[in-house]
Design a protein around this ligand. Structure first.
Ligand SMILES: [Zn+2]
Length: 304
């Protein structure tokens, strides 16, 4: 009989490593969000106040899970505080509302720099010569589970929620994209029909944006950085979807529909419809070019 007592003990020993994290998560989710954290969401996510009680509740739960599971690391002497953690988690979790997905299952660490940061890069030149240089970035997403952010640019992102530029939304869109197995502008969509429709609409609008970028058209709703690659197009369109939903729905109706199906929210409900923009001046449109020392908006690393 004594031998049989070992069976439940052994079962418990095997199950404990699986059950303990779930128990800790349930306990973290059961605790209310501190009032100061709620104030950060109100202050630094300008659409939070107009999301409605049900979505606010969802976002609070997602934020609690995000902060429970992910590690934040301050870089170059940056001391992270709750304002930074709740601001970044709150914006990142906007992309997960109404979707029964895990909270960025591959992500484990968010590294935060005080401002734009330098990273070493290698480039293959003509003739196969590899040259090393440094690049200034505002954000970076790696599919090994890291996101890197410039806090100065996170602040810029939420202080103007209508300019279509938001480094947190951008980098976490790359994270969702990479969950499908490759960072290529197509996140996990489910059915074949969804992939067909996504591919048809995004390919067309991506080609149109490349044309706009090539000719320097300045009336694009989507930032020309999205013309860099299909992955950047998805990340830029995500920023636009959440920050300029009315303009995107007006100029890219099919694309907006695809993003509504994927993100399962309609951000037009959270933002007032802007007044119609003034008509552009007649005459040739000057070409736009980044200055030689301009920081890249962000960067997605497919693998390493
Ligand atoms: Zn990017």
């Amino acid at each position: 009989m004594d031998g049989l007592l070992w069976i439940p003990v052994l079962a418990l020993a095997v199950a404990a490593p699986l059950l303990y994290p779930r128990w800790r998560l349930r306990r973290a989710l059961a605790r209310p969000l501190p009032a100061a954290a709620e104030a950060v969401l109100q202050r630094n996510i300008p659409v939070y106040a107009s999301m409605g009680a049900a979505l606010q509740q969802q976002l609070r739960q997602l934020v609690k899970q995000f902060l429970h599971q992910k590690k934040f690391v301050g870089c170059e002497g940056l001391e992270l505080d709750d304002e930074m953690r709740y601001t970044i988690a709150g914006q990142a979790c906007l992309l997960l509302l109404n979707r029964p997905s895990k909270v960025y299952r591959a992500l484990h660490t968010i590294l935060v720099y005080p401002s734009a940061f330098l990273v070493p890069r290698q480039q293959m030149e003509a003739g196969g010569v590899v040259t090393a240089h440094k690049q200034t970035l505002l954000g970076e997403s790696w599919d090994d589970g890291r996101v890197v952010l410039s806090w100065a640019d996170v602040k810029r992102g939420y202080r103007d929620w209508t300019d279509g530029h938001n480094v947190v939304l951008h980098e976490f869109a790359h994270q969702l994209d990479s969950e499908s197995g490759s960072t290529n502008g197509a996140p996990y969509l489910g059915s074949q029909d969804s992939y067909r429709s996504w591919s048809a609409v995004l390919s067309r609008d991506y080609d149109n944006l490349r044309y706009d970028a090539y000719y320097g058209r300045q009336d694009s709703v989507l930032d020309h950085y999205g013309a860099t690659s299909p992955a950047e197009f998805f990340a830029v369109a995500t920023e636009t979807f959440f920050e300029k939903p009315w303009q995107m729905a007006g100029r890219h109706a099919a694309l907006y529909d695809e993003f509504m199906k994927y993100y399962r929210v309609d951000p037009r409900a959270w933002l007032d419809q802007p007044a119609a923009p003034p008509l552009p001046e007649p005459g040739p449109v000057p070409l736009m070019a980044a200055g030689p020392g301009a920081a890249r908006r962000s960067y997605a690393i497919a693998s390493w």
